[in-house]
Design a protein around this ligand. Structure first.
Ligand code: SER
Length: 316
């Protein structure tokens, strides 16, 4: 990787990935692409460009202009938002990826594509979900992510494009907020614990899902992209997880630090149904074996760090 383009660079993962890649590869070599409507334009540092991922011609211009050789394609609608507008979700998540794959084919770029626990469905085994298993997602986000996995496989097999990808769990971070996801509750709970000491959770207390702290999520993407291509047998959709917990378990861990924190449950049927179709806990041994995946944060260390960092941020 020499010249990197990040789409969705103002998003929860994109904003921190941009920073980390710039530290490693130099500011000038990491171009942040953000949507023209983004309200974060003012805070994005150069070099950056605006891009609607549905516009293949603009993407082509950017890749040529900056002589891009690697694309981290993070622009995407998350699960709950996608369900509100399935047609738009398909355009952004699937047609957008097709544009990235086509431009990558024409300019010989490598691609990082984030798939998700959402690529599984109600028929998938929920415990120790295998790397290769039944995938019949029943919401548009999951369908778009599974389509993405298959499209990446296709471009690798048909055109030898160096596509690589992960199935991310819910990502927890304190810098940029996630938007429109089902796992967002885990981030919101920290803000509420520090600000109002009270949180209304939209998932049931016993809803178990895989999660990961941002530093591990960034390392996963970068390590996968730096791995020896020959070792990657499941290249486009590695299960990766760091911890698995329920809203109640997260609340209890936060209460060890903020004893008067209170959580109530007001279930949102749409997001509950999405969460109920996702694994409790994925088996990520293929990622561990093939490219050395190893998370560093578990629930207790993540909660401790998150509370410290977020408190600092909110006080500023
Ligand atoms: N975090 C995402 C969501 O909740 C799942 O990949 O939509």
């Amino acid at each position: 990787m020499k010249k990197i383009l990040i789409t969705g660079a103002a998003g929860q993962i994109g904003s921190e990935l941009t920073e980390q890649l710039r530290n490693q590869y130099g500011n000038q070599n990491v171009i942040a692409a953000i949507h023209s409507n983004s309200n974060k334009k003012a805070s994005i540092t150069k070099p950056f460009c605006t891009l609607d991922i549905r516009d293949q011609y603009s993407l082509q211009d950017i890749v040529k202009q900056y002589e891009i050789d690697s694309i981290f394609h993070l622009a995407s609608l998350l699960s709950a938002k996608a369900e509100q507008n399935p047609q738009l979700a398909w355009e952004v998540n699937v047609n957008g990826l097709m544009n990235v794959l086509e431009v990558a084919r024409q300019n010989n770029c490598g691609i990082f594509f984030p798939s998700s626990i959402g690529a599984f469905g109600p028929g998938t085994p929920r415990d120790n979900t295998p790397q290769i298993t039944i995938q019949r997602p029943n919401n548009i986000y999951g369908i778009s992510k599974l389509s993405g996995e298959l499209l990446c496989d296709y471009y690798y097999n048909r055109y030898a494009i160096d596509t690589r990808g992960l199935r991310y769990p819910g990502i927890i971070s304190y810098q940029a907020l996630p938007g429109g996801g089902t796992t967002d509750y885990a981030v919101h709970m920290f803000y509420a614990a520090l600000q109002t000491k009270q949180y209304d959770c939209y998932l049931k207390p016993e809803t178990r899902l895989d999660m990961m702290y941002m530093p591990d999520a960034l390392n996963a993407a970068i390590n996968l992209m730096q791995a020896d291509s020959k070792k990657l047998q499941h290249r486009n959709a590695y299960n990766v997880t760091a911890m698995s917990f329920t809203p109640q378990e997260l609340a209890n861990e936060i209460k060890k630090h903020i004893s008067n924190f209170e959580v109530n449950y007001q279930i949102d049927p749409t997001r509950q149904a999405i969460a109920d179709s996702w694994p409790n806990h994925m088996d990520d041994s293929a990622a561990r074996q093939e490219w050395g995946w190893q998370p560093s944060y578990i629930l207790s260390s993540m909660v401790e760090d998150m509370l410290q960092q977020l408190e600092k941020k909110l006080n500023n």
